[in-house]
Every structure is written in structure tokens, then in C-alpha cells.
Ligand binder design. Sequence first.
Ligand code: UDP
Length: 373
Amino acid sequence: MRFGIAGAGFSGAVIARQLAEAGHDAIVFETRDHVAGNCHTERDAETGVMVHRYGPHIFHTADERVWSYVNRFGVMVPYDHRVRTTVGGRVYSLPVNLMTINQLFGTALGPDDARTFIAAQADSSIGEPRNFEEQALKFMGRDLYEAFFLGYTRKQWGLAPTEIPASVLKRLPLRFSYEDSYFNHPHQAIPRDGYTAVVEAVLDHPRIEVRLSTPYTEADRGDVDHSVWSGPLDAWFGFAHGRLGYRTLDFEEIRADGDHLGCAVMNYGDLEVPHTRIAEHKHFAPWEHHAQTVCFRETSRLAEEGDTPYYPIRLAEDKSLLRSYVDAARAERGVTFVGRLGTYRYLDMDVTIGEALAAADGILAAVEAGRAV
Ligand code: UDP
């Protein structure tokens, strides 16, 4: 069969590869002039540093299938991600751990005492947290929440934390130890040659054709047996029900000799500081050495038409709009919707790859059984 795949990010590339290896032809259409979607990396011409063009991406997973899959296509160098945050002119450790608690409260508590101390601050009247703020108040109390999450979250999402789902905060752990690795997953790594090289390797198959700077049109859909759409869900339907909301990011470059931050990511929790974080790209590849540095200072805002979409907002009104699109997608024949944009969800890379593998399994099983995909 012949498949038309819209988008050369991880979703589109992995599905194309799986279909190609099963003996099908895949044409991948990508509107940008590069593959790898928002994971795109490239060497900065001036410094030689591998830059994460659309903001920092750290690969982490507990999914063995996904881990062995990415290792087929690139050398994954173990990388332990650590993040600091600047609040009120002081620097603290993240995610919230024993160091953060002792720094904020000027204490020297051990794990048990810290647990008791935080439990006394936590709001036990909250049952099942209904939003980000309730999740924070229930598990860490007001002081930690207001210092590290309130300002940052308002800047990142442009909303009060009461309007943001609790699931967003559940991404981050609260630890009663000095463990300050940002993620809990057993596999954490950065590809030695960047994400774009990994995606290029995934797409490097005789049955895959990649067309860069080429949108996937109605005419293209007519030329294939089945489509896979990793573009924005609402765009497939010509925005018939309205536009789904996204946050977009603006990056301002900082260049210097030596080091600027001294770490990979520094968050800025104060509402008065306009940016949310600064990423110093050389520190995502600690095995490389560069005399100069390039950083991205990141600010978040509501995406307008033509902006790169990053984070799905999923407010109440977006959710009802989303429901109309999900119903429309269910009824639509001849297309599979995948990925962060195609399913309008806040997905990490490993989940995206896992879902792409599962989607390809589903397509291949249907083809084999002679069912409609
Ligand atoms: N967050 C925060 N303060 C921080 C870091 C994170 O309030 O210093 C909140 C913020 O709402 C963010 C969420 O926690 O959207 C999840 O953080 P994560 O680091 O996973 O965000 P990502 O790197 O995916 O943007």
C-alpha cells in the first residue's frame, strides 16, 4: 500500500519507518525545511554548539520498546538533567527536593522532619485536586507553591493556575531526599549527534520519500491509500469548528565567551521577570567542549495564526472544541491522527514514539486482516 504521512517529527518518521519495513511505501510531507519537528537540533555556526532550535528536549523513558527503538537510530549518551530556579534574587534546586525545602525555609531538616513539616503546610481539606493550584496546595503547601510555581505557571500558560489541569503539575516530583535529577525515568539521554540526525536515520529507508517544505494537500490525499496526519487536528478539518489554542515560545539568543549560566536550564519563578527560563545549549552535551556559549532566553505567549504551536492549552472552551474535533476525527475515514498536534495533547518524546509504534501496529494489523484502517 501507499501511505501519505503529514509531518516528519517523531510521530510521522516512526510510522513511516514501521510501514516501510513491512513492505509499504511512505511519502512524508513536511512543511518546514527540516525534519524532527520541534525536536530539531542543529550546530550553531558561530560556536559549534548543538542547539535545540525549539527549546530544550531531554529524552527520558521507562518504556523498553521505545528505548531500544531510539538506540537503533542514534548513539544515546546518558544525560542527567538538572534544573535550577531563580526566585527573589536567590537560586534554588529543582524539582522541589530536600535542598529546595531547606534553602527556602532556612532549615536543616532531614527527610522525616521535612515530610512532617511540609504535611503541616499542605492543605488536607482538598480531596481530589481539580486544578494545578489545588494539586500544589494539597501536596506542598502555599509557601513552596507561591515561590516556585505560581509566577512561573502564570507566565508559561498565561492563565491562573486554577484554570490549568492538575496533570501539568503531576509531571514534576516532590522529593524528600537530595536527589535533584529532574526526571525519575531509568533511561535518560541526549543523542550524541542531535535529534535531527536520529529522525533522519529513522527516515532513511528505500521505501520512504521525504518532501521538505511541502504541505500535504487534498490532492496528495487522493493519491494514497491511507493518510497519517501529525499536523494540527483542527487544520485537517480546515478549522471548521474554530481554532484550538496553543502557547508558542519566543527565543532570544544570548552569546558570550565561556559560560553564561553554568547549567543547562535556569528557571525564573518571579512574575516580574518576563522570561520563564534560559537554556544554555552546550550543557545538553557535556561530552563536548566549546569556548563560547549560546543560550536561549524563553518567553511564552498565546500562539497566533502563523506561529509555531508548542503547548496545547486545554482550557474548558478548548475542551468542548476538542470534543467536536475528536468526534469528527472518529467519523473520518482513511486517516490516522497521531502525535502532539494531531491529538492535541502535551506529550513527551517517549510517549510520542510509543504511540507512533502502536499506531503503526494498528495500521499493519488492519491491512493484514483486510479491514479498513
Ligand atoms: N513549573 C513551575 N515552575 C518551574 C517549573 C515548572 O511552575 O520552575 C510548572 C509549569 O506550569 C510547567 C509545569 O510545571 O508548565 C511542568 O513543568 P515541566 O518542566 O515539565 O515543563 P516543560 O519543560 O515541558 O515545559
